[in-house]
Design a protein around this ligand. Structure first.
Ligand SMILES: [Fe+2]
Length: 234
């Protein structure tokens, strides 16, 4: 499996490139509009062609590159079937699987940061990998105070869906604010200050309620733009 982690410094967002290397088809997950040319250049340099674009959720902090990538390459775009980007070519729900060449993206519904967040388990993948969006960050998690966010729901998503993956599964989040770019399920179960298995659901809800964060700088622009895949709407 070809697996690359790309980064947007302005919003601390990760974009992932995934391909099996044999068939030539490639997927981007959570592309950022400002980096469409960078991402397509890498796809070409690796001898790949872009066939799929996945979103983990409707982002509030940056505008997606999905629409621009689709119009430049003909790649299909994917997001949550209910509550996801209305512009996506195909809607996904828990249990769905999408093949990108020989790599399968298995869909886990992991709501709570937003009402319709998805995580993607890659298989085959050595090591095993899950792309967790903002549901589970390295030693953290996405906020739960807007876009249908719900702390109790996020707790259940992380504990029931993500923490039931094998302990050695590598956790690849949608953001990094601490200089920590990858983790494992075992590490987060033990050391995530909000979600480790010794923290109860009530404690987690109280932690999230106490955060009192300012809204993201681009939310007013980003959410409507992302519902339209980042393309201009009339
Ligand atoms: Fe987010």
């Amino acid at each position: 499996v070809i697996f690359r982690q790309l980064f947007d410094r302005e919003t601390s967002t990760f974009t992932y490139l995934v391909a099996d290397g044999a068939d030539g088809g490639a997927a981007l997950v959570d592309p950022v509009r400002e980096h469409v040319e960078r991402d397509l250049k890498l796809v070409r340099e690796l001898g790949l062609r872009l066939t799929h674009v996945f979103e983990t959720h409707v982002h509030a902090d940056h505008v997606t590159g999905a629409g621009e990538l689709r119009s430049q390459t003909g790649a299909k775009t994917y997001g949550a079937r209910s509550g996801g980007p209305a512009c996506a070519d195909e809607g996904l729900a828990d249990g769905d699987a999408v093949a990108v060449g020989g790599v399968t993206f298995r869909v886990l519904a992991t709501p709570g940061h937003t009402s319709s967040c998805l995580s993607y388990v890659l298989s085959p993948s050595d090591p095993p990998r899950v792309l967790t969006g903002d549901a589970l960050l390295v030693r953290g998690c996405g906020r739960t105070d807007f876009q249908g966010g719900d702390a109790a729901m996020l707790f259940d998503s992380v504990h029931e869906k993500l923490f039931s993956l094998p302990d050695a599964t590598r956790v690849y989040p949608a953001h990094d604010y601490r200089g920590m770019r990858v983790s494992t399920v075992a590490e987060e179960k033990a050391h995530n200050p909000r979600l480790r298995t010794t923290t109860s659901r009530d404690e987690f809800v109280a932690i999230m309620r106490a955060l009192d964060l300012p809204p993201p700088a681009k939310i007013a622009e980003a959410v409507p733009a992302n519902l339209a895949c980042g393309e201009p709407t009339q």
